[in-house]
Design a protein around this ligand. Structure first.
Ligand code: HEC
Length: 139
């Protein structure tokens, strides 16, 4: 009995392992869905619809446009949330490092036509983008 069941148990573990690997970077699905909309509107032109760094503007930018599906892979399997958030915002980054090719989004994602705390509106949008990028990680 044990011997006949063993392969099934092994198979079940394999399926579970693959399922877990597919979601190695946990993310908030609701935020990610909103982030996807923002991404397609503001980011896909350079980064590509699938965030692989192959948008239609990529060929005319002097530096390679980053592949955003390998952020975790390039950081020992851990999604670098804070660094990504800060890079998208960009305002501190420009002060610290000077030149960069990517536009600054911290101001651009505010909606002065809408009521409310503009800083919070932009931070929420960046938060959603980060969740969306988490959902795209290959590892
Ligand atoms: C005008 C083209 C352009 C647009 C639009 C753009 N990016 Fe970028 N992005 C780049 C380039 C080029 C880089 C590589 C770093 C650099 O030179 O600034 C980059 C790098 C990044 C990085 C860092 C990647 C890493 O490897 O650390 C993140 C995260 C990122 N972009 C997210 C976004 C998001 C989110 C948006 C939309 C809100 C966006 N980008 C819009 C061109 C763009």
């Amino acid at each position: 009995m044990m011997n006949r069941l063993a392969p099934r148990v092994v198979l079940a573990f394999l399926v579970l392992a693959v399922a877990l690997a597919a979601y190695a970077v946990p993310f908030d699905t609701v935020k990610a869905a909103s982030g996807r909309v923002t991404f397609q509107r503001y980011c896909a032109s350079c980064h590509g619809a699938g965030a692989k760094g192959d948008g239609r503007l990529a060929s005319i930018i002097k530096v390679p446009v980053a592949d955003l599906t390998t952020l975790a892979e390039r950081n020992q399997g851990e999604f670098p949330s804070d660094r990504v958030r800060q890079f998208i915002d960009g305002r501190k980054d420009v002060v610290a490092h000077g030149l960069r090719e990517m536009p600054v989004w911290g101001d651009a994602l505010q909606h002065p036509d809408q009521p409310g705390d503009q800083e919070k509106i932009a931070q929420d949008k960046i938060d959603q983008l980060v969740e969306y990028l988490k959902s795209l990680q290959t590892k």
